[in-house]
Design a protein around this ligand. Structure first.
Ligand code: AVJ
Length: 323
């Protein structure tokens, strides 16, 4: 691991290398159906597009989760307790975190973990300016990879992992179990996991959230191909692929695809990849849970559900789990 100092903030750097990107793109494209890993959405441009998605009328997730957090922040802060170490997975621009930091009792340190280095650094620098007694220890990493958490200068009474946005839904349920178990292994008894989980609802609302009328989600999806062109010397013609998101109600998941508009051959990292007309490239799954289903999954993964909050319409849920 490298460390770098940026505006007096020490960054732990496990940023994926161009070689990681190449290997994962080629592995995904040799699968049937072809897939690309959704974590690669989040380069600088993709992270900005994601922030725009969060502002969309159709994308109810962010504002609904934020309202649940806001309405229950006193209780959440009490569960976290004084002097906690707050670790956030996929921290992005850390906008939900500010609410927590404003209500936690003397948090010891904040460890934002994100795959997009520029986005992470910008957010860490902004927080540093606003919370000057808080130690900020950013980690640039794909959190699926093995990584060591930086140790805060002051010892913490409890570690609380914050995993908002329903990003847990990007895993298949069996992978989610493995991932939650892995998070449990980062923690000691009594540590916490504050996690946001999107809920099953009408197919109409769900598909609208992933097919917005301004086309921001389409641009976000196509950004993967632009990245392949810029970083792997691929020659995708973006106009020859179409964004599509469908809800599979039986599996409770949104699937995002890029559909080839014609028969075509693409060269990526020196390899030829053929697409037939109508062929889909799967770029993301976003699983939607039932409250009970998610609680069972958590219990099977080394966590005890302490508290579950939802909004009035039961569109989204936030859970405080205890190790
Ligand atoms: C933040 C990864 C959970 O699945 O809803 C938004 C990403 N994809 N629009 C989600 C996303 C398309 C988002 N996550």
């Amino acid at each position: 691991m490298k460390t770098a100092v940026c505006n007096e903030i020490i960054v732990s750097d496990f940023e994926p290398t161009p070689e990681d990107l190449r290997a994962e793109f080629l592995a995904g494209l040799s699968r049937r159906p072809k897939t690309l890993p959704c974590k690669f959405f989040y380069d600088q441009r993709g992270s900005l597009l994601f922030d725009q998605i969060c502002e969309l009328e159709e994308y109810y997730l962010t504002r609904t989760e934020m309202k649940i957090l806001r309405d229950n922040v006193a209780e959440i802060a009490a569960l976290c307790g004084p002097n906690c170490l707050l670790v956030e997975l996929g921290s992005g621009s850390s906008s939900k975190t500010r609410l927590l930091l404003d209500h936690l009792e003397t948090p010891v340190a904040y460890v934002p973990i994100d795959i997009s280095r520029p986005h992470l650094l910008r957010a860490a620098a902004a927080l540093n300016g606003d919370y000057f007694t808080l130690e900020i220890l950013p980690v640039c990493a794909d959190y699926n990879q093995r990584l060591n958490l930086p140790a805060p200068a002051k010892p913490a009474e409890r570690t609380v992992i914050f995993f908002p946005g329903s990003t847990i839904g990007n895993f298949e349920p069996w992978q989610a179990v493995a991932f939650l178990r892995r998070l449990a292994s980062w923690c000691g008894p009594g540590d916490g996991l504050l996690i946001g989980v999107d809920l099953q609802k009408s197919s109409r609302l769900l598909t609208a959230a992933y097919n917005d009328s301004k086309g921001v989600t389409a641009a976000f999806n196509l950004n993967l191909l632009r990245r392949a062109n810029d970083e792997l010397g691929a020659n995708f013609i973006l106009g020859q692929f179409r964004h599509r998101a469908i809800y599979d109600a039986a599996r409770g998941r949104i699937e995002m695809h890029l559909v080839s508009r014609c028969q075509q051959r693409v060269v990526i990292a020196g390899k030829q990849i053929d697409f037939h007309r109508g062929e889909r490239l799967t770029t993301e799954y976003s699983y939607k849970y039932r409250v009970n289903g998610f609680c069972e999954l958590s219990s099977a993964s080394g966590w005890q559900v302490q508290r579950t909050w939802t909004d009035k319409q039961r569109w989204f849920s936030v859970h405080y789990l205890r190790r």
